[in-house]
Design a protein around this ligand. Sequence first.
Ligand SMILES: [Zn+2]
Length: 356
Amino acid sequence: MQKNLIGVLNSKQAKELYSLAKKLNFAIPAVNVVNSESINAVLESASKARSPVILQFSHGGAKHFIGKGCPAIDSDVAGAVAGAKYIHNVAKYYQVPVVLHTDHANKKLLPWIDGLLKEGERYFKHTGKPLFTSHMLDLSVQPLEENVAICVDYLERFKKIDLSIEIELGITGGEEDGVDNTHIDNSLLYTQPSDVQYAYEKLSQTDGNFTIAASFGNVHGVYKPGNVKLTPKILKNSQEFIKNNLKLEDDKPVDFVFHGGSGSELEKIEEAISYGVIKMNIDTDTQWAFWSGVKEFEKNNKEFLQSQIGNPLGENKPNKAYYDPRVWLRDAQVSMANRVTKAFKELNCVGVLDKI
Ligand SMILES: [Zn+2]
């Protein structure tokens, strides 16, 4: 394990990691985090799994990090910066490489990215390192040409501070962070190989680093079985289409991102990885796991959680040891960490740090 790969990675280091992922057939879980509890849970799990990990803030998650009651108008920028700096400070103690990322930013949220870019440029000037490893721009509801043109413009600026971009082609169904795509036209949930090639060529011309979230029937959220028809073959078709048309050596030229990993069947995950998926996003399942830890704690200790004093052991017995937030938040953390551990196993990245 190379020492300089511990902590937050820059764009070039992430690119090398993704190339290795394609070679060794693994993907890295990207977990949405909202506070230090969830960040620590993911880092704890990564450290035990001896694997790199991706931590990401959604726009809402960034605002939550600084506090929903924070009066600053730009609390979305300030929250993401505060969260990022927290991760820079602690990741090294967990001894794992971290890709630090921001999730979906649609056209309305571009000012958020502009703010983060300004902060990132300042941070780079002082430290020579990027604040984030990558930002995602999700302009998938815009026409393809507009989507790609805007992403190319941003990548030109990103690359100057060692920052990469994740773009989205086609639309991820379902609902997340207040964006509701549950009623979207079905054909838009499946990206065309020619669209992937178009984006690949334009973004490659910038000489910056990028990943592509192409939709292959993915949805955000967990729904009843049968509602999701994942078709990872779309990714395979895109890789072959691009390799042949552009006469490339590489069998898997594109670094693909899998959105809506929660609730996906293992065989579809494995298939997607074999076609060049290097990052899989998980949010809904880890949200549930965090809550489930609290739920179980409450169920098992119900009689000790009804008042500050008095429980089945005596009417004057204090209950402080049960309602202390460190106790039940720890159970939430452990439960979330266990769900992330399952993701490391499913994505075949347990022990990766001992191979690089
Ligand atoms: Zn997503």
